[in-house]
Design a protein around this ligand. Structure first.
Ligand SMILES: [Zn+2]
Ligand SMILES: [Zn+2]
Length: 380
């Protein structure tokens, strides 16, 4: 006796008590027969048995998947994507009735009704859009709520790297978060987490939101500067992770945003997990009471030993200085150009505030940092 012949009487026994749609009936036996289409098997098992009753398990949900497919198409119409995954929420009563049948007839190792609905929806979407189903790491993830007839959509974040040069003073690196949500994203800030766009962070974010859509943009900076600092040369590297983007590709490799120049824009797999090591060339304008040329000369000694930086937290770090140049500009002003390991706190280095040796200490006179500019930043 073939497997089919063994199954057929069981199917008819069930059908005598419960009306089932083709999908639900076929699903109860398809695994055992190694068949892929529940619907075709269900149809075959029913033969001429016609019933006008609704399916006991799903209440004919499989006949109405078109409606939910439309919700998926509408929800995703603004997105560019190549792969997608689907999750579903169905009425608990459907799951309960499925369990009743499965346990009553001891049907083990079969798919649940929820699994089948999810797969049918995913397949229907694929037929319509020609996109690839990917349940592990898709570009778009649908959550279709068949209970409340809703479709939610999440798009996988993308990460970009780039560099910015700043040719005008007075632009902060970071943007203050939205005061209503402290940066989490809310209706007031259009879910961006920031509501103004006048900093480096704000201007780059705004550009990305315009080009790619998305909610929040989270930056990883390779070092930082003052609002009054310029960033010259090839600029400062940064990484930015864009949540919920509509588009996943950026054509522009560079962009001028007022006095910011963004270059080297490209997609990367993720932001660096540990801080990147980098060196900065910095020009510092320093004022002091009186400049003694002999003492200025001692600045050259900075190359001999690393500068030690102490933090309030008790953390201690060392920063190497690779080159030192200085120039007396007037009786009380001089400029210092150094190439140093990234992360040296310039203002504190000048005053000598928990940085040893500090410039004040070396030239034996209290010094103040007027302004400092980045001439270049190189990632090691
Ligand atoms: Zn059914
Ligand atoms: Zn907000």
């Amino acid at each position: 006796m073939s497997d089919y012949q063994k199954i057929s009487p069981v199917a008819h026994q069930i059908l005598k008590k419960y009306a089932l749609c083709d999908n639900c009936l076929g699903r109860l036996f398809s695994k055992k027969l190694h068949l892929s289409s529940n619907k075709l098997l269900g149809k075959k098992l029913k033969k001429n048995l016609k019933s006008s009753q609704k399916c006991y398990i799903c209440k004919n949900l499989f006949e109405n998947l078109e409606h939910f497919l439309k919700l998926m198409l509408d929800a995703s119409s603004d997105y560019s994507f190549s792969s997608y995954g689907v999750g579903t929420i169905i009425k608990p009563s459907i799951v309960d009735r499925d369990d009743i049948i499965r346990s009553k007839y001891k049907l083990r190792g079969i798919d649940s009704v929820k699994t089948d609905i999810t797969r049918e929806l995913a397949k229907a979407f694929s037929r319509k859009t020609r996109k690839t189903i990917d349940f592990l790491n898709p570009d778009l993830t649908f959550t279709v709520n068949l209970k409340d007839e809703l479709c939610q959509l999440r798009s996988k974040s993308i990460t970009l790297s780039g560099r910015y040069a700043k040719t005008l003073r007075g632009i902060s690196q970071k943007q203050k978060p939205c005061s209503n949500c402290s940066g989490k994203g809310c209706r007031v800030c259009n879910f961006h987490g920031i509501s103004k766009f006048d900093s480096v962070e704000g201007k780059i974010s705004q550009f990305l939101f315009e080009k790619l859509g998305g909610t929040t943009a989270k930056f990883t900076w390779i070092g930082g500067e003052d609002k009054s600092s310029l960033v010259l040369g090839s600029g400062r590297p940064f990484f930015v992770k864009l949540q919920n983007p509509l588009k996943r590709k950026l054509k522009a490799k560079s962009k001028k945003l007022d006095s910011l120049k963004i270059t080297n824009l490209k997609m990367v797999s993720e932001s660096p997990k540990t801080p990147l090591k980098f060196n900065s060339s910095i020009e510092v304008k320093i004022s002091t009471n009186d400049i003694v040329p002999k003492k200025l000369k001692k600045l050259k000694d900075l190359k001999k030993n690393p500068v030690v930086v102490y933090e309030k937290s008790g953390k201690r770090s060392e920063k190497k200085i690779f080159s030192v140049k200085y120039k007396k500009n007037s009786k009380k002003n001089f400029s210092l150009t150094i190439k140093a390991e990234g992360g040296l706190p310039i203002k504190r280095f000048v005053t000598g505030d928990d940085v040893s040796p500090g410039i004040s200490q070396i030239i034996g006179s209290s010094c103040k940092c007027q302004e400092f500019d980045f001439l270049d930043i190189e990632v090691k």
